[in-house]
Design a protein around this ligand. Structure first.
Ligand code: NAD
Ligand code: TDX
Length: 372
């Protein structure tokens, strides 16, 4: 049995990992540490099975005392580190929080892990059976041209947004704790995720919900920027494989072999929504502002807006290392994954209405008014 500390476990990917792990390894104890920022939502963990060995701690990874105490009192042997400020647009407006959580917070966790596992001979667990897994992103590698090969683990770092720079800094700190102190670590750099519980500031849920509400679908720049999309449960399986079979000190890139321009995704979502409304007349009653409720097409909401400053043109992941060493291959095709995601947002209207509260509305109003 393992005792995991999952930081950021009330956010999008963290919550999916908690659900995944509770299903896969019901004997393990799961301790979630989450500050419940605007992006964190304890409701994401409400549907865990009653028998799950689970504790939720509302707290900040920057609180060194709290982290030290938790590691000691719970006998944590595995840290899976998701907690982060994660939205590029917010990092452009207010980079400070990104440095605090993503850099200082990650360093606090590393210090705590070193202290609990390596420094204190009385309570030391030694290097065996402990692991710090750091969840990172492909954005640390910067932007690709249309003919460039995809990012591999040896692609030089070239972060372009304060978000990407703060994640790059955290990756370097994690690496340094392995090389300097021998702290057992692994890192995953993953491409864009989509699926249940994603906060509706990110492309896919934002477009879905805006279409349902009849609001503009804001396309940054020319809409030709490319991302490599991975269903979140496939990301969780990749993390599991790395934690259980990955070589300590190594990084692994996880991706979906699924590069798509933003406009293609937005068109696909609009067409899927039109079709859903045609098949199910109750949707028009639930979402009367959606163009599809009025016999029109959702694409009429597409609005080209001012581009994101420093907008990376293309991301693509070369996942061959994870494939070869760990047998990682995505299970979901994009069409399966996106169909299930649309179902999830249609079924879970109370979830997204609840997260779109005052602070969300304020952010969206400021952000998008500045763009139009
Ligand atoms: P998210 O914004 O949905 O969730 C982040 C969670 O961290 C929230 O629950 C929030 O409350 C918590 N948190 C933030 N600051 C904290 C702090 N100081 N102390 C404790 N908790 C704090 O993010 P996400 O999309 O789930 O991303 C999770 C991780 O995966 C991040 O590290 C991100 O960089 C990485 N990642 C995300 C994607 C993606 O497509 N979303 C892709 C690759 C990597
Ligand atoms: O309203 C929008 N209009 C638009 O055109 C939004 C929110 C986004 N976009 C574009 C910008 C990007 O090219 O869509 C693409 C995806 O944007 P985001 O959902 O903001 O994701 P991205 O910037 O690619 O970063 C994501 O992937 C890597 C996550 O937010 C990060 O946390 C992760 O590390």
């Amino acid at each position: 049995m393992r005792t995991l500390l999952i930081t950021g476990g009330a956010g999008f990917i963290g919550a999916n990992l908690v659900h995944y792990w509770a299903r896969q390894y019901p004997q393990d104890r799961l301790v979630v540490l989450d500050a419940l920022t605007y992006a964190g939502n304890s409701a994401n963990l409400e549907t865990l099975p009653a028998q799950a060995n689970f504790r939720f701690v509302h707290g900040n990874i920057c609180d060194q005392l709290l982290v030290d105490q938790l590691l000691a009192e719970e006998g944590i042997d595995t840290i899976v580190h998701f907690a982060a400020e994660s939205h590029v647009d917010r990092s452009i407006v207010d980079p400070e929080a990104f440095i605090q959580t993503n850099v200082i917070g990650t360093h606090n966790l590393l210090k705590a892990a070193k202290k609990a596992w390596l420094d204190n001979p009385g309570s030391s667990r030694g290097r065996d059976g402990v692991l710090f897994h750091h969840v990172s992103t492909d954005e640390v590698y910067g932007s690709l041209g249309s003919e460039d090969p995809p990012f591999s683990e040896t692609t030089p770092y070239a972060p372009n947004s304060p978000y990407a720079a703060s994640k790059a800094a955290s990756d370097h700190l994690v690496r340094s704790y392995y090389h300097t102190y021998g702290l057992p670590i692994t890192t995953s750099n993953c491409s864009n995720n989509y699926g249940p519980y994603q906060f509706p500031e990110k492309l896919i849920p934002l477009m879905l919900i805006n279409a349902l509400e009849g609001r503009p679908l804001p396309v940054y720049g020319d809409g030709a920027n490319i991302r490599d999309w991975l269903q979140v449960n496939d990301h969780c399986r990749g993390i599991d494989l790395i934690m259980n079979h990955g070589r300590r000190g190594e990084t692994y890139n996880l991706g979906g072999h699924n590069e798509l321009p933003n406009m293609e995704i937005i068109d696909l979502l609009c067409r899927a929504m039109d079709q859903r409304f045609a098949e199910d007349t109750s949707l028009a009653t639930r979402f009367p502002e959606c163009p599809a409720a009025k016999g029109k097409q959702c694409t009429e909401l597409i609005t080209f807006v001012k581009d994101r400053p420093g907008h990376d043109r293309r991301y693509a992941i070369d996942p061959r290392k994870a494939q070869k060493e760990l047998g990682f291959v995505p299970h979901y095709s994009f069409i399966e994954g996106i169909t299930a995601t649309i179902d999830w947002y249609l079924t879970n209207e109370p979830w997204w209405r609840a997260v779109m509260d005052g602070s969300y509305a304020e952010w969206m109003t400021t952000n998008y008014c500045n763009r139009c």
